[in-house]
Design a protein around this ligand. Structure first.
Ligand code: 13P
Ligand code: SF4
Length: 307
């Protein structure tokens, strides 16, 4: 076995650390990860863990979310450069201006946002629970930020809820065009086309299935189909190809790579854990408010138990 992998595993044991990896990470990171999944799944794992240290192989908003959910734990981001283009598209002044244009309308923020932004929003959501969060708020209008496309997709699925969106977007997912989808249909007529809701609405409308990264992987796991076109980050394709040797996968286009997600390497994980460096530290007041925003997401999406 790779000796670096062995060394990371030993360090994890020694320091009572857990490694959470997003499915857009370089695929070799899965060898040392305790949990691999999408942002909702990893948030749950960050909340539940009794480890002393969480190494978050992902981007900064994900590590911040882990810190908010496990404030007494040390949370490390292997590479501090790993930000998110979409999360950086809105700052506090822009948020306040957006809210002031729509007074008294609750603001729903996508988890792809900084802690400071979450602190000034009503409730958070991820791509896998955005529909439920907005539906369960029980209001006729919401503001949605920063991703305009996830917001529009939610609106298209809910009857009678107006979703006013901020103009942020994911540059990676916006590389998918409706023309690419038509071409893929022609080239792979037997394939199911699976897309992430951060894609343009015209793309989502043409897809056979729209879901978060983990939902896309679950769709494949349950499907009897043999061919799939993947319209999300390449990490999903890499894991599907690794796990389902009897199925064929095509990445819609080669440029579906998030450069931020690819910063972290096994070396970075080893160094961060060894030196306990790149720790996430958040302002106390911001944390309290941002935590309330995230906790509300868990509260309003909690399954109702049968009596
Ligand atoms: P998921 O919620 O599917 O993990 O997506 C996070 C993300 O950054 C997608 O670009
Ligand atoms: Fe952010 Fe897009 Fe990268 Fe996701 S894929 S982390 S939304 S830049």
């Amino acid at each position: 076995m790779n000796s670096l992998v062995e060394k990371i595993k030993e360090l994890k044991k020694e320091k009572n650390a857990v490694i959470l990896a997003h499915c857009y990470q370089n695929v070799e990171i899965d060898e040392v990860a305790d949990f691999v999944g999408d942002s909702l799944y990893l948030s749950r794992k960050a909340k539940e863990t009794d480890a002393d240290i969480i190494v978050f192989a992902g981007v900064s908003f994900m590590a911040e979310t882990a810190k908010l959910l496990s404030p007494n734990k040390k949370v490390l981001l292997p590479r501090l450069e790993a930000g998110c283009f979409m999360a950086n598209m809105i700052n506090i002044d822009q948020l306040r201006e957006f809210k002031s244009l729509h007074p008294n309308v609750p603001a729903v923020c996508y988890v792809n946002s900084t802690a400071a932004i979450k602190a000034e929003c009503e409730v958070c959501c991820t791509s896998s629970n955005a529909l439920n969060v907005v539906k369960n708020l029980g209001v006729s209008e919401v503001l949605f930020l920063p991703d305009t496309y996830l917001g529009k997709w939610v609106e298209s699925k809910l009857d009678g809820v107006k979703v006013t969106t901020y103009n942020g977007f994911c540059p990676t997912h916006l590389r998918v065009t409706p023309e690419d989808m038509d071409k893929a249909r022609e080239e792979y007529p037997n394939a199911k086309i699976l897309a992430h809701p951060e894609c343009h609405m015209k793309v989502s409308e043409k897809a056979d299935y729209v879901g978060s990264t983990k939902e896309i992987m679950e769709y494949v796991a349950k499907s009897d189909e043999k061919e799939f076109v993947i319209c999300t980050e390449k990490g999903v394709l890499d894991r599907l190809q690794r796990d389902y040797k009897d199925k064929t996968f095509y990445l819609l286009k080669d440029s579906l790579v998030c450069s931020n997600m690819k910063w972290n390497t096994l070396d970075d994980i080893y160094n961060a854990l060894l030196r306990e460096e790149h720790e996430i530290v958040l302002d106390e007041t911001v944390s309290q408010k941002a935590m309330a925003c995230i906790n509300k997401m868990f509260e309003i999406t909690r399954p109702v138990l049968a009596r």
